[in-house]
Design a protein around this ligand. Structure first.
Ligand code: HEM
Length: 500
C-alpha cells in the first residue's frame, strides 16, 4: 500500500500528525496570531501555493494530517488533469468538516458517479428551463437591479463623501435571483427572515473555512466539542435545516403539478413520478432535495456577489476604463432603456473588462477540491487513489506562459485586432472539465446585467483622501475584496464628465 507513495510529486517535508498544516493552511485567525509572533506576513493560500510552485514545480504534494494533497499550478497542469483525465480527477474528497454537514449529498460535494450525474443533469436542465440562458430570467434580475439603483441613489445622498458599502445591496440582489429560481420567492431587501438566512449562510461558511473549526478535518470528533465555534457551527446547521425544511414542506403542501413554480416544485414532481413508476432505488428524495437547495444557495450567492464587487472596485480604481465601458454602452444601448442580454454581443469592450477583472481576481481561486478516484500516473508522478487534488485556478490566470504581463489589468487582451471578443482556453474562472461550474450561464447573465445596468446609471469613484483597498482580497471559500466604499454619482445626459 505504501509503495504508491514512493513516486508522489515533491513537496515540503510534513510534520508528524499535522503534516504541512502549520504556517499557511491554518485559518486566518491563527495565521494572523502566528504571523504577529514571527513577523512573517499573513499569506493567502494562493500566494503560499505560488511560493511552493516556485520551489517544487507545477505539481507538488502537501499533507494535511496524513491526507495527501496534490496542488496543480499553471494552465498546462490544470488542463491536463481536468480536461484530459476527467474520469480520474472528477471525484470529490470526503472532507470531515463538510461531509458532516452535506452527508456527501447534493451536487457540489457529492462523489463522482451515477447519482451525482443524474442530480446534476436534472438541476441543470431545470434551471435552464426556468430561464437560465433564456430571456425569461432577465426581468427578475432587472427587477432586483431597479431596487439596487433606487437604494444606491438614496444611500449616496445620505453618505456623501464617505462613500457607500455596496456589499449588502449587491448581495441581496444576487440572493434574490437564486431565491426566485429555487424557492419561487423574492424577499424585500429589509425582510428580517431573508437577512437571518443570509447571515446564517455567511457565518456557516466563515466558520467552516476560516476559523479553528477547520481542525475538524484533522480531528473529526472536535465537531462535538461543546464550546466556541464548534458549538456555533452546530447551531448554524440546525437553523439552516429548519429554514430549508420549512420551505420544502410549504412547497409540498401547496404543490400544483400542472403549474410548477420553481426548482423545488419541479424536483418534487420528478420525485413523485419516479416513485409512481416504481423506481425503488431512486436518489430523488426530499432529503436529497434539501442538500441541493443548500448547495445552490451557497455556490450561487457569494461567488456572484464578490465578482460584481470586484468589477465595480476595479472600475473605481481605473476611471479611464470605466469611461471607455460607459462610452461603448452609450453608443450601443443609449441612456433611455436598461441594458439587455441581447446587447451582449455588441459590447465587446464591456465583456472584455468583466472577463479581465475575473481573470485577475478569481472568485473561487482554488476551485473546489477534487479527488483521484484511482491510482494513476500523471506527468511522471504517481497520484494514489484518494489523493485530494487542488486545481489552483488563480495560478492559471497569472501563468506567464499563457498571459503577457499577467499581473497587469488590461481588458484589451481579450479583444482581437478588429476589437471583437476572443475566447481564451486559459481563462477558466468557472473551472473546466466534468465538474465545471453548473451555474456558469446564470452567473454570466447576472454579471453582465448588473455591471451594465449600474455603469449606465452611475459613476463610481473612490472617496477622496482615503487609501485604496488592497487588491489581495480576503481569502475564504471565495476571494472577496477587502471592505471598501465608493462614491456613487448619477450619470446625467448632459454631464460633461460622462461624455468624455
Ligand atoms: C462549482 C465558480 C456561480 C453552482 C464551481 C467551481 C467554480 C465555480 C470554480 C468549481 C469547479 C471545480 O470544482 O473544478 C463560480 C463563479 C461564479 C459561480 C466564479 C460566479 C461568478 C454559480 C452559480 C451557481 C453555481 C450562480 C448556481 C446557481 C455551482 C455548482 C457547482 C459549482 C452546483 C458544483 C459543480 C459540481 O461539482 O458538479 N463554481 N460559480 N455557481 N458551481 Fe459555481
Amino acid at each position: 500500500r505504501w509503495s504508491v507513495y514512493k513516486n508522489i510529486p515533491p513537496g515540503p517535508r510534513p510534520y508528524p500528525v499535522v503534516g504541512n498544516l502549520g504556517g499557511f493552511l491554518v485559518p486566518a485567525c491563527i495565521r494572523r496570531r502566528f504571523g504577529q509572533r514571527t513577523g512573517r506576513p499573513d499569506l493567502h493560500p494562493t500566494e503560499a501555493f505560488a511560493e511552493l510552485a516556485r520551489l517544487y514545480g507545477d505539481v507538488y504534494s502537501l499533507f494535511i494530517g496524513s491526507q495527501l494533497i496534490v496542488v496543480l499550478n499553471g494552465y498546462e497542469a490544470v488542463r491536463d488533469a481536468l480536461s484530459h483525465h476527467p474520469e480520474v480527477f472528477s471525484d470529490r474528497p470526503d472532507i470531515p468538516a463538510i461531509s458532516i454537514m452535506t452527508k456527501r449529498k447534493g451536487i457540489v460535494f457529492a462523489p463522482y458517479g451515477p447519482v451525482w450525474r443524474k442530480q446534476r443533469k436534472f438541476c441543470h436542465t431545470t434551471l435552464r428551463n426556468f430561464g437560465l440562458g433564456k430571456l425569461s430570467l432577465e426581468p427578475c434580475i432587472q427587477q432586483g437591479l431597479a431596487t439596487v439603483k433606487a437604494e444606491l441613489t438614496r444611500l449616496s445622498e445620505e453618505r456623501g463623501a464617505a462613500g457607500v458599502d455596496l456589499t449588502p445591496l449587491i448581495g441581496n440582489a444576487v440572493s434574490n435571483v437564486i431565491c426566485s429560481m429555487i424557492l419561487g420567492q423574492r424577499f424585500h431587501h429589509e425582510d428580517p427572515e431573508f437577512h437571518a438566512m443570509l447571515d446564517l449562510m455567511v457565518r456557516g461558511l466563515e466558520i467552516c473555512v476560516n476559523s479553528p473549526a477547520v481542525l475538524i478535518n484533522v480531528f473529526p470528533l472536535l465537531y462535538y466539542w461543546p464550546f466556541g465555534v464548534f458549538r456555533e457551527l452546530r447551531q448554524v446547521e440546525r437553523d439552516m435545516t429548519v429554514f430549508l425544511k420549512k420551505s420544502i414542506t410549504k412547497h409540498r403542501q401547496t404543490l400544483d403539478t400542472d403549474n410548477p413554480r420553481d426548482l423545488v416544485d419541479m424536483y418534487l414532481i420528478e420525485m413523485m413520478g419516479r416513485q409512481a413508476a416504481g423506481e425503488l432505488d431512486s436518489s430523488f428524495t426530499e432529503d436529497y432535495l434539501f442538500y441541493i437547495v443548500g448547495d445552490l444557495f451557497i455556490a450561487g450567492t457569494d461567488t456572484t456577489t464578490n465578482s460584481v464587487l470586484w468589477i465595480l472596485l476595479y472600475m473605481a480604481l481605473h476611471p479611464d476604463i470605466q469611461v471607455k465601458v460607459q462610452t461603448e454602452m452609450d453608443e450601443v444601448v443609449g441612456r433611455h432603456r436598461v441594458p439587455s442580454l441581447t446587447d451582449k454581443g455588441s459590447l465587446p469592450f464591456t465583456e472584455a473588462t468583466i472577463m479581465e477583472v475575473q481573470r485577475l481576481t478569481v472568485a473561487v481561486p482554488l476551485a473546489i477540491p477534487h479527488m483521484a478516484s484511482e491510482t494513476t500516473e500523471f506527468r511522471g508522478y504517481t497520484i494514489p487513489k484518494g489523493t485530494v487534488v487542488v486545481p489552483n485556478l488563480w495560478s492559471v490566470h497569472r501563468d506567464p506562459t499563457v498571459w503577457d504581463d499577467a499581473d497587469t489589468f488590461n481588458p484589451a487582451r481579450f479583444l482581437d485586432d478588429e476589437g471583437q471578443l476572443q475566447r481564451k482556453e486559459c481563462f477558466m474562472p468557472f473551472g473546466i472539465g466534468r465538474r465545471v461550474c453548473m451555474g456558469e450561464q446564470l452567473a454570466k447573465m447576472e454579471l453582465f446585467l448588473t455591471v451594465t445596468t449600474l455603469l449606465q446609471a452611475f459613476r463610481f469613484e473612490l472617496p477622496e483622501g482615503k487609501p485604496p483597498p488592497s487588491l489581495r482580497g480576503r481569502f475564504g471559500l471565495t476571494l472577496a475584496p477587502c471592505p471598501f466604499t465608493v462614491c456613487v454619482s448619477a450619470r446625467t445626459l448632459n454631464s460633461e464628465s460622462n461624455s468624455q
